[in-house]
Design a protein around this ligand. Structure first.
Ligand code: ZN
Ligand code: MN
Length: 503
């Protein structure tokens, strides 16, 4: 690439407060009859006055603190003026020059992505065009819902990095329990600003790109209509390629807003890009300026939880599990919690067994991570569920793992048990007894089966005797089948080798 790639992200997220941003209507707009949660304030009837939602402000400041932002202690709301039918007031109450948070960063791997600002505003209604284009319907249930906006500085260098940033940002919103942040539902919406510049002829200041030595800068393009992480990465990559091709042909890039079109996998022209001046920002006269005391900020800071990146580092350090395993676990705070609880319960199970296992704590923790990230996650994904839907208690999960660990059951049986536990909960020993799944490791019983199987497979026995040792696997398979998977495979292997030798 002969150009510097410069990407900035703007992410909007719906806050999960009880009521709307400036009135007491419920903050609930999904799967509802249209225009149910509305009132004169959010419908902008003349003479009504907005009252800011304290909880929304606290959630915004909490995020700002989590992302290492400075907090504006003297702040205000502003009017952003534009006309669109889904905006009843004819302006959006937003924040212009005094956002709640500014100058923060989010660590991704070894890099810090700088954050320009985090502010609070209100959402718009939703527009529906009927199929034949004759009518347009508007639902104001969403109008006036608290909406958080985060803007990065132009310090993202690739589509992949933008995607990873957005994924981490989503995780943090969920960890802080301030937004559900589902992109498909529009609870989190990403827009990307993309530009290409000649190498090393620019720098950035206050979120803006500035030319070094009076170079002429290329315009940036804003990409909208992005509703998945995959789309975010694809849209940015498409835009980089499109702009590079134009620049190679010495064609000027136009400052425009383009929309990502999923069907054709391209960005298409929507409109010329508006600038701040177009919005005629001015202070919202109906809401007084306000101060946030240091003490209030400290109170909010106390609600900070361990963030995904720190949790990942701690899981690796504390339990000695692999980085990949920790990464999967911290994707969902509840899954990581379930892992930690299970390991802690396992400690009790294992200690009861005696010191033989005590030195193997790391191995046990890794085994636990493998069962959770493997089999359990597989069931969750297949059923489109998440960790909050797990019916298995940590105690029962620990017991299941300890049963495998102590070779009371083989992993085949454990998988069967886990499936039943996933569906109905329950104690693995009880389920095992009910279904007669206990492992057979009684040598005499197994010997009988093995001898019978060798008797029935003379041809394979000959091959084995002739030195084809891989036939052993065949015999193991036969024994496992004959015992309906309940035999202890280790014991089977040992017995088989012994009996085959003597045959
Ligand atoms: Zn209302
Ligand atoms: Mn906005």
């Amino acid at each position: 690439m002969k150009y510097d790639i410069i990407i900035g992200l703007e992410i909007h997220a719906e806050l999960n407060t009880k009521s709307k941003m400036f009135c007491s209507c419920l903050n609930k707009s999904d799967n509802l009859k249209p225009n149910i949660n509305v009132c004169p304030v959010c419908l902008a009837h003349p003479g009504t006055l907005p009252v800011p939602n304290k909880s929304a402000i606290e959630k915004t400041i909490l995020l700002a603190l989590a992302l290492n932002c400075q907090i504006n202690q003297e702040t205000k709301f502003d009017r952003k003026n534009y006309f669109y039918p889904d905006l009843p007031k004819g302006y959006q109450i937003s924040q212009y020059d005094k956002p709640f948070g500014f100058d923060g960063y989010l660590e991704i791997g070894d890099e810090k992505i700088e954050i320009n600002r985090i502010h609070l505003e209100e959402d718009t209604g939703k527009i529906f065009h009927d199929k034949n284009g004759q009518k347009t319907l508007i639902d104001f249930n969403r109008a006036g819902n608290p909406l958080l906006e985060m803007v990065t500085k132009p310090t993202i260098k690739s589509a992949l990095q933008a995607k990873v940033f957005a994924q981490n940002f989503q995780k943090i919103l969920r960890y802080l329990n301030i937004s559900n942040a589902d992109m498909e539902k529009g609870e989190m919406r990403c827009e990307a600003n993309v530009s290409l510049q000649e190498k090393d002829c620019w720098y950035h200041k206050n979120g803006e790109i500035i030319a070094k030595n009076k170079n002429k800068l290329n315009s940036k393009v804003e990409v909208k209509n992005i509703n998945s992480f995959k789309a975010l990465e694809k849209a940015i990559n498409f835009e980089i390629k499109r702009q590079a091709e134009l620049l190679d042909k010495k064609t000027e890039i136009i400052a425009e807003t383009r929309g990502w079109q999923e069907s054709s996998e391209e960005t298409v022209y929507q409109r010329k890009k508006e600038t701040a001046a177009d919005y005629r920002y001015f202070k919202e006269p109906d809401i007084p300026l306000f101060k946030i005391e240091k003490e209030e900020i400290l109170n909010i800071k106390n609600q900070l939880v361990e963030l995904p990146i720190n949790k990942k580092k701690r899981l690796i350090r504390q339990y000695g599990i692999k980085s990949d395993s920790a990464e999967i676990l911290v994707n969902d705070k509840l899954l990581a919690d379930f892992f930690e609880k299970t390991v802690s319960e396992l400690g009790a199970w294992i200690k009861a067994e005696g010191d033989k296992y005590i030195r193997q704590e790391k191995k046990l923790a890794q085994t636990t991570a493998n069962w959770i990230n493997g089999e359990l996650l597989k069931h969750l994904k297949a059923n489109k569920k998440s960790a909050k839907d797990i019916k298995i208690t940590a105690e029962n999960m620990a017991e299941l793992i300890s049963l495998v660990w102590r070779e009371k059951i083989n992993s085949n049986t454990a998988q069967k048990l886990l499936k039943i536990m996933y569906e109905n909960g329950g104690d693995p020993s009880d389920i095992m007894a009910d279904l007669g799944l206990e492992q057979i490791d009684n040598s005499q019983e197994l010997e009988k089966v093995i001898k019978r199987i060798i008797e029935e497979n003379k041809k394979q026995l000959k091959e084995y005797k002739a030195g084809k040792l891989t036939v052993l696997k065949y015999f193991i398979g036969q024994v496992m089948a004959a015992t309906r998977g309940k035999a202890n495979p280790r014991v089977v292997k040992e017995l088989l080798e012994e009996i085959l030798k003597s045959n």
